[in-house]
Design a protein around this ligand. Sequence first.
Ligand SMILES: Nc1ncnc2c1ncn2[C@@H]1O[C@H](COP(=O)(O)OP(=O)(O)O)[C@@H](O)[C@H]1O
Ligand SMILES: [Mg+2]
Length: 337
Amino acid sequence: MLLALVRAKVEDDTDAFKKITLQIAAQEASAGHARVADELRILIDKVQFAKGQRVGRVPTVVPISQPGGELSTILQATYPKDRLRDMVLDERTHRTLSRILREQRSHHVFASYGLRPRRKFMLVGPPGCGKTSTAKMLAGELSLPLFVVRLEGLLSRYLGETSARLSVIFDAMKNTVGVYLFDEFDSIGTFRGDTRDIGEVRRVLSTFLQLIENDESDSIIVAATNHQHMLDEALFRRFDDVVEFPLPTHHLLEEFLKKRLEYVVTSDTRISWNKLASESKGLSYADMERASGDALKTMLMNESKIITEELLQEAIEERVLIHQKILSNTTTPRDNK
Ligand SMILES: Nc1ncnc2c1ncn2[C@@H]1O[C@H](COP(=O)(O)OP(=O)(O)O)[C@@H](O)[C@H]1O
Ligand SMILES: [Mg+2]
């Protein structure tokens, strides 16, 4: 029990921590140690429990091992606390992600059979639907550091030596097991340098593919892209799994809103979540996150403690408008041709 308690603390799992403490209290009580039991219960009542959201969670200090030398300029380590249960996902994506986690957790068992867990993933989907969150979640669930590699930054800063830099990153994967996120991975394909650079970009892409294919480390490779159509078959083949993150469906929009607000504030019981979800059609989770944040802020500024349908509706409408504006701005002639 002590072990489980320490584990819960290390993993920042407040629910488990509470449950185990209460179990200990019960044991103490039945062993006749009523005072210890009472004190445990009083103490545990003082802990603020954050359920599925970050508000009010006590941050724990984690020593972060930053890569040294030239690596430190391209790789930054963080230790995310994200959990799968905090994400809202369609059934298929949820199943795939659970499977990935289970395989990772079984890697010792696999090893004796010469098997290895899946660990090279391509995440595809529109912005704000959970690709970066998933990389964080994998790191959080598996207690691994997350290294984010922004290829776009790598390309523009070190054009000419990008391939060499990439090799350095893949070397790091062998030495420091972690989740390596190649975010905006498609920027390789769409990089707009001058024409002289196109050869270089092509070289970088083929180096990248080769490195992924040859990689034998225990690290998890996550490549995220918004544009499925830009990536060819050859690319997909290099990955163990391609995970899709589509825009939320009506049902998932509703689930997200409830999940986001339920534990934070009291909601007006007359709220029609169904109607709000209809009005949010086409928005991403990131949009919904902002809308609910805006509604909460308005609520606070109004010195109220209850979230209402009107507040939410207003915030959602604003997001929808912003979306329409962005859409009409991005359909430039170049994209239309
Ligand atoms: N599936 C999801 N479930 C819950 N929240 C999500 C989900 N997808 C996105 N979000 C919210 O939107 C924000 C941005 O999402 P992100 O994962 O960065 O999107 P992207 O797919 O563009 O990488 C996250 O920080 C999170 O608050
Ligand atoms: Mg992202």
